[in-house]
Write a protein that binds this ligand. Structure first.
Ligand SMILES: O=C(O)[C@H](O)[C@@H](O)[C@H](O)[C@H](O)COP(=O)(O)O
Length: 234
């Protein structure tokens, strides 16, 4: 595991964007379509903003990047609470992406049930042969995506790629989340945690705390904690 720190949240988001561009460009140079899993949350938002506006992003062929989400809130498609709205406003409004490569999680007004939406998303994820980068915002309790500590129903290592979530401790209560095995398919798993309220979670990650989702999820090639002094308790 590697720890990357920056002076403040914006500089950290810039570093995340630059590293992300490197991964995307390297895969595209090989003629591949890279795949990135996006996240919600405060650092997720800052990272999307940097990816949408950083001048280095101009060298990426954005219409040859595949996008997934680590989780989504089970609300109507146009709700401002959705995680994909962040990406719409901060990334897709600035980059010329191919809608066919943007794989959104279903919405509560789609006419489908939560269980069906999770099953459908699991099929999408299963159909993708390589996941390059998984961005995971880390909650103060050490959750990632919508995988919460103590929720044995969500933390199975044999689970399908996507799961329905009910009674989430973070509102809204219903969600769809990628599972541990799906997040672990990422070549790079990047855990984003800044600010003093994330210090216990970061301590838990660094000490490999048992049962802590953020400490369980590891990338195939690398796991990086993107953080700042406050979250490191320094
Ligand atoms: O629904 C959400 O908000 C995300 O799915 C959640 O996993 C988020 O990324 C973390 O809770 C971190 O969020 P903050 O960075 O805002 O604390």
């Amino acid at each position: 595991m590697r720890v990357h720190t920056a002076e403040d949240r914006n500089r950290l988001a810039n570093d995340i964007a630059e590293s992300c561009f490197e991964v995307l460009a390297a895969r595209q140079d090989l003629g591949e379509i890279p795949c990135i899993v996006l996240t919600g949350g405060g650092m997720g938002e800052a990272s999307l903003r940097a990816m949408g506006t950083h001048p280095d992003g101009d060298r990426i062929a954005w219409d040859r990047v595949r996008f997934l989400w680590g989780d989504e809130r089970w609300v109507p498609a146009r709700s401002s609470d959705r995680n994909d709205r962040l990406a719409d406003e901060l990334l897709f409004a600035h980059r010329d992406v191919d809608a066919a490569l943007v794989h959104r999680i279903g919405s509560s007004d789609s006419g489908r049930s939560l269980d069906d939406a999770a099953r459908a998303y699991a099929e999408v994820v299963d159909g993708i042969d390589r996941i390059d980068v998984v961005l995971c915002g880390v909650g103060p309790d050490g959750h990632v995506a919508s995988l919460f500590p103590g929720r044995e129903d969500l933390l199975g290592t044999e689970a399908p790629a996507a799961l329905p979530v009910r009674n989430s401790p973070k509102p809204p209560p219903e969600r769809v989340t990628l599972s541990i095995p799906a997040l672990q398919r990422g070549e790079s798993v990047w855990l984003l945690a800044t600010g003093a309220e994330k210090a216990p979670a970061v301590r838990g990650i660094l000490s490999a705390e048992q049962g802590l989702p953020a400490a369980i999820v590891e990338g195939r090639a690398e796991t990086v904690v993107w953080t700042d002094r406050l979250a490191l308790g320094a």
